[in-house]
Design a protein around this ligand. Structure first.
Ligand SMILES: [Zn+2]
Length: 296
């Protein structure tokens, strides 16, 4: 249990309320530490991507995904709970904070019109689309009522294809954490702030409404340990996920643009065409579109 209690975790992602309670209960002495090396201790995780909760109204993960927010349902709530229970319980060693500096100044925030790279910015039902792509980052938030209830159909299907391809090479990819609701994120963020302080929490945990997991288009794959980068699965994911429509969202050395620490496990579904363009550009999503990710 000692290892568990050292935890503090990355990712606008991760972790259930129960896990946080466990950690908070005995981890007060480690509260100021920020992770860059996590060691998952639990092996509980789903073998396949969630496939439910996408029968109606879920935003398509493609670039034309401008749908309205679906109504919240009891079944969706249940699925969320199930999905969240699958989250691993990582622990960490305290390490130095990343020191990479911005390589260029972020573009000025824009709430409508076009981005600094000429992509359209549209707000529909409180949801921001840039170049037709739903955006959830520190600059652009989702309404609390936006509740797809699970991974979207396109996202889930794409993950299954990617999972099969990886399996063909002897690798095991699985959804560690997918959809997370506004309310769940609010609880997580509050607890992280109480434990680590707001500034530290903001580097690895999204404020409610700002988590990409609320879109139903983001997945934490396999592990929330920074060591995932060096596993066969992590390297395969980084090299191949674009072929299935995913991008690594919080890239190494891009905290200045994404607003978050490097997360080799967090992928976002944007569709195959756009994923290939972004991958080949070498840019993170914010750079590619010319948008910011910072709290106002
Ligand atoms: Zn994540």
């Amino acid at each position: 249990m000692a290892l568990l209690l050292t935890a503090s975790v990355l990712c606008a992602c991760m972790r259930t309320s129960d896990q946080l309670q466990d950690e908070t209960a005995g981890g007060a002495d480690m509260v100021s530490r920020i992770s860059s090396e996590l060691v998952p201790l639990s092996t509980e995780a789903p073998a396949v991507a969630p496939t439910e909760g996408k029968t109606d109204g879920n935003a398509p993960a493609t670039t034309d995904g401008q749908t309205t927010a679906p109504a919240e349902t009891t079944s969706a709530k249940q699925e969320e709970t199930t999905s969240e229970k699958a989250t691993e319980k990582p622990t960490e060693k305290a390490t130095e904070a990343p020191t990479e500096a911005p390589t260029q100044a972020p573009a000025a925030p824009a709430s409508s019109g076009v981005t600094s790279k000429g992509y359209s910015i549209e707000v529909i039902n409180g949801i921001t689309y840039v170049g037709g792509v739903m955006i959830a980052n520190k600059t652009y938030s989702l309404p609390s009522s936006y509740y797809p209830g699970g991974l979207t159909g396109d996202c889930s299907a794409a993950f299954s294809r990617m999972q099969s391809a990886a399996a063909g090479e002897g690798l095991n990819l699985f959804v560690l954490s997918g959809f997370r609701s506004y309310d769940t994120q609010a609880g997580l963020y509050d607890r992280y702030c109480a434990r680590d302080g707001k500034a530290a929490a903001d580097r690895y945990s999204a404020r409610p409404g700002h988590s990409e997991h609320q879109t139903g288009l983001a997945i934490d794959v396999n592990s929330v340990s920074s060591d995932f980068e060096y596993t066969a699965e992590g390297q395969w994911l980084a090299a191949n996920c674009y072929k299935y429509g995913f991008i690594l969202r919080y890239m190494k050395g891009k905290e200045w643009a994404t607003g978050y620490m490097y997360e080799p496990w967090h992928v976002r579904y944007v569709g195959e065409d756009l994923a290939a363009k972004i991958y080949n550009s070498g840019l993170c999503l914010e750079e590619y579109f010319g948008i910011t990710s910072s709290y106002s």
